[in-house]
Design a protein around this ligand. Structure first.
Ligand code: HEC
Ligand code: HEC
Ligand code: HEC
Length: 174
């Protein structure tokens, strides 16, 4: 199973006006940015657009879109390499949709502990552990869980979702 590497897609993201160390919620990108990001998804996972999308209807909800959106919003945006280098889809996927050899669950846990915890950290000040991705209590089938319901948007501060008034307080979006 692959180790986590610094993203090799910083240039492609920069071309979309995005900094891999400070990605906004996926749903806030404009149409042009989204299309550039979509091409990075294809390359990072070694897939084609239709592996996530229903043919002919990019706006339609699909199980893979649900997972992809949450990978961006809830894993990529909150983690970095221990070294401080940016993590993006390619850091873990390395050109493949499936990366885990699940035949031996103990080995998967060791891999998670050594690589997904040991080589990574959170971008906020909190301690990084299994909980960052699996939650508390841990859901070890998080991809299946994510497939079962539409992906939520990251809650935006009211100042950014409502028309900006003179008195609207500046709030930070995470
Ligand atoms: C790994 C899964 C994945 C792959 C592969 C992928 N997409 Fe997407 N795509 C998404 C997700 C998730 C969204 C929803 C983004 C959001 O929340 O706004 C999306 C949104 C879009 C949208 C905007 C649809 C709308 O709401 O109007 C377009 C257009 C699109 N994708 C085109 C493409 C194209 C073209 C490709 C191939 C180059 C591609 N996608 C590959 C996951 C994927
Ligand atoms: C910290 C590592 C990590 C990062 C970063 C990451 N993923 Fe994943 N992703 C995984 C693992 C592990 C799986 C489960 C793979 C398996 O079943 O072999 C997975 C599964 C998926 C799946 C589900 C495939 C399926 O149908 O079961 C999609 C889609 C996906 N990732 C998209 C993305 C996208 C898009 C990004 C970037 C926005 C991303 N991932 C970033 C680790 C990561
Ligand atoms: C950076 C995110 C991340 C961290 C941190 C992480 N995991 Fe995972 N883990 C995943 C993803 C994604 C999957 C794939 C889940 C799925 O397929 O539903 C996974 C799958 C697993 C599985 C396989 C479940 C199965 O039934 O096949 C086990 C076991 C597991 N993790 C244990 C751990 C343990 C123990 C830790 C802490 C030492 C940990 N993980 C930390 C992302 C993470």
């Amino acid at each position: 199973m692959p180790v986590v590497e610094p993203t090799a897609m910083a240039a492609a993201l920069a071309a979309a006006g995005l900094d891999p160390k400070a990605l906004p919620p996926l749903e806030t990108l404009d149409a042009k940015q989204k299309l550039r990001v979509m091409k990075t998804f294809d390359e990072a996972l070694g897939v084609a657009c239709v592996d996530c999308h229903t043919e002919g209807d990019f706006a339609a909800d699909t199980r893979r879109k649900r997972v992809a959106k949450r990978m961006w919003n809830e894993i990529v945006r909150v983690t970095a390499l221990e070294s401080g280098d940016a993590v993006y889809c390619d850091s873990c996927h390395r050109g493949a949709m499936f990366t885990l050899d699940r035949r031996d669950k103990a080995k998967v846990s060791d891999y998670m502990s050594d690589v997904f915890v040991g080589m990574m950290k959170r971008t906020d000040d909190r301690d990084h552990s299994c909980e960052t991705c699996h939650g508390d209590p841990p859901d070890f089938k998080l991809v299946s869980s994510w497939k079962s319901a539409p992906a939520p948007d990251i809650q935006l501060a009211p100042a950014l979702t409502e028309p900006q008034g003179e008195s609207a307080p500046a709030r930070e979006v995470r």
